[in-house]
Write a protein that binds this ligand. Structure first.
Ligand code: ZN
Length: 596
């Protein structure tokens, strides 16, 4: 264990939380801290605080917080071993191959999978660029207007016709067959032994994660082979609901423009990219999943969905509305003319026309409400009104802002001619279960936390994290033993153990890599990002706390002693009684000394 901690610590010393956060969050300096909009929740006022001295972050809006490792894991959706490995790479540290991993087998498989995908990606890419058989693919790309730069930027590739092109290349590497099969690149033959290539005669799109590692592939048929589009199956690397095509290359543009355009297909994305619209991603299925929304939310709150304007497209766009509202994302939507996708639209009408559409994109919620209520008039039969109301209310229920929800209800009631009160009643019936669940969660967390970590002890922890030079003074005061929270007491002991005079205190040194108590972990990082005292105030506050703890401990001892004295009186135990009285005298003197 000792070695792990030190390796983790060395990395934490070299990798600054600022360097990790600032590519993704615009940070402004605020005293010793940096402030920005939280990437983990819809944040209007900067509530995301980074403390570069302690290498920690905390969001006072949603409570997310931690050290470099937690930020990296959460932001990039990585398990700890991968985060450690990537951060070690950035720190220029060679991790020793060993026990750190929870499950070495899984770990090894993950690494091998990525390495194999990487080499397969290169193989397909080279095939596309260099081989005569890929002529069809090159012509096809040219026909669709995809140039060399885009081909390289997205590492596009080609799987040529034939059943064993990839197979033969993979066979040369030891152990690669198994991995390629596990990733679905090779398919076992139904009869006899051996396997064959999944992707044949297809244009290949490697699918990257935000770190630029290849997780899977998509392939578009180059002949009349069905299906037209085919993706790698789900695997230990690839979960299609939590990956967005193109995000890796779009991250920076998304942040710069503080908006992301969501399109449906590979070629839509490439066409946008090629026209200089780089803040775009493509979903790899039919609808945007909640996992994908959560990923995008970390980059921007502004989503513009691009859909086909036909009935199916409109319906598909509305399907995302509840999830978006729940996450407080005011998505906008562009419906392209029927039978057009961004690719064909760009080709026919050009970039400016599309940009105008994107800029003027109306709110998805607005469009939904309009569509559902537009043909309802005051004179319509009640049944029709009620039916429309039932469709619209579950959506209105999810509008996070109470005020705008109220206004919607009012105008809805007016528009369809139902008394506002009835609409509200119907809505509150819908609200019941969610309300109860929220209340339960609130009950489960807050008071329990309060009991677990007494305010006084939390304050002491906060001061000592901010001014570790006060640690020796505090330890000497000898009140640690009277802490009610054992975990906070242990934390301070550990802080003291790691503190070296004159050095800054890196919290990652004492934070466990996989916290057994995530609540404590959060608490500590939160405390490290709290408003600071001046040193003078801190000294005074700490001394006050020590005095109060001493008084508390003294009072407890005196209470216990009084009980014993009463018992001695009852049992007429004179000697004991005298001894106890003397003890009490001493405590009283101690108390007196404390009060001056
Ligand atoms: Zn937050």
């Amino acid at each position: 264990m000792g070695q792990d901690v030190s390796e983790k610590t060395i990395i934490a010393e070299r990798v600054s939380i600022l360097d990790l956060v600032s590519p993704h969050v615009q940070l402004k300096k605020a005293g010793k801290y940096y402030k920005g909009l939280c990437p983990f929740h819809p944040d209007k006022n900067p509530s995301f605080i980074v403390n570069p001295d302690r290498n920690t972050f905390h969001c006072f809006g949603c409570g997310e917080g931690g050290d470099i490792y937690s930020f990296f894991m959460k932001f990039h959706n990585l398990p700890f071993p991968q985060a450690l490995e990537e951060l070690a790479r950035r720190a220029g540290i060679q991790l020793r191959e060993r026990h750190l991993r929870k499950d070495p087998k899984k770990e090894e498989a993950y690494k091998k999978g990525l390495a194999l995908n990487e080499s397969v990606c290169r193989f397909y890419h080279r095939t596309l660029l260099e081989t005569p058989e890929a002529g069809v693919a090159r012509e096809y790309l040219e026909k669709r207007g995809i140039g060399g730069e885009t081909i390289r930027a997205f590492s596009l590739g080609c799987a040529t016709a034939g059943w064993d092109r990839l197979l033969r290349s993979v066979q040369k590497k030891q152990g690669a067959m198994e991995v390629a099969s596990a990733l679905g690149l090779l398919i076992p033959r139904k009869e006899g032994n051996g396997s064959y290539d999944r992707f044949r005669n297809r244009l290949m799109f490697p699918i990257f994660n935000t770190m630029g590692q290849v997780l899977a592939f998509g392939g578009r048929s180059l002949g009349d082979q069905e299906p037209k589009y085919m993706n790698s199956p789900e695997s230990f690397l690839y979960h299609k609901g939590s990956v967005l095509y193109g995000l890796h290359g779009a991250q920076q543009a998304i942040r710069e423009r503080d908006a992301v355009i969501v399109v449906e297909g590979y070629f839509d994305l490439l066409a946008l990219h090629q026209n200089g619209i780089q803040n775009a991603v493509a979903v790899l299925g039919t609808a945007l999943t909640t996992g994908q929304i959560d990923i995008l939310k970390r980059h921007t709150q502004n989503l513009v969905l691009v859909f086909d304007g036909d009935l199916a497209g409109r319906k598909a766009s509305f399907r995302n509305l509840p999830d978006l509202l729940e996450r407080n994302i005011p998505a906008r939507v562009v419906y392209l003319p029927e039978d057009e996708d961004p690719d064909s639209f760009l080709n026919k009408q050009g970039k400016e026309a599309l940009e105008r559409l994107l800029e003027g994109a109306p709110s998805l919620l607005e469009l939904f409400l309009e569509e559902k209520t537009q043909d309802i008039g005051k004179g319509d039969p009640v049944e029709k009104k009620v039916a429309a109301l039932r469709e619209v209310l579950p959506i209105i229920k999810k509008i996070p802002d109470r005020l705008s929800q109220g206004l919607r209800i009012k105008s809805l009631a007016e528009e369809i001619g139902i008394p506002e009160l009835s609409v509200r009643e119907e809505l509150s019936n819908l609200n019941e279960p969610a309300k109860k669940a929220r209340e339960r969660v609130a009950q489960e967390t807050t008071p329990q936390e309060a009991g677990k970590w007494p305010a006084e002890e939390k304050l002491i922890c906060q001061i000592l994290i901010q001014f570790p030079s006060l640690l020796p003074r505090f330890i000497e005061a000898g009140v640690l033993g009277s802490f009610r929270s054992a975990s906070l007491g242990d934390t301070i002991r550990e802080l003291a153990e790691h503190y070296r005079d004159g050095e800054t205190l890196n919290l990652s040194e004492i934070l466990p890599e996989e916290p057994s108590d995530p609540g404590l972990f959060r608490l500590l990082t939160r405390l490290s990002c709290r408003e600071e005292f001046t040193k003078e105030q801190a000294v005074r506050a700490l001394d006050d706390s020590v005095r109060r703890l001493k008084k508390r401990a003294l009072k407890e001892r005196m209470d216990g002693l009084n009980k014993k004295i009463q018992e001695a009186d009852q049992s007429q135990h004179a000697d004991l009684r005298t001894q106890l009285s003397l003890e009490m005298q001493r405590l009283l003197q101690e108390k007196k000394a404390l009060l001056c």
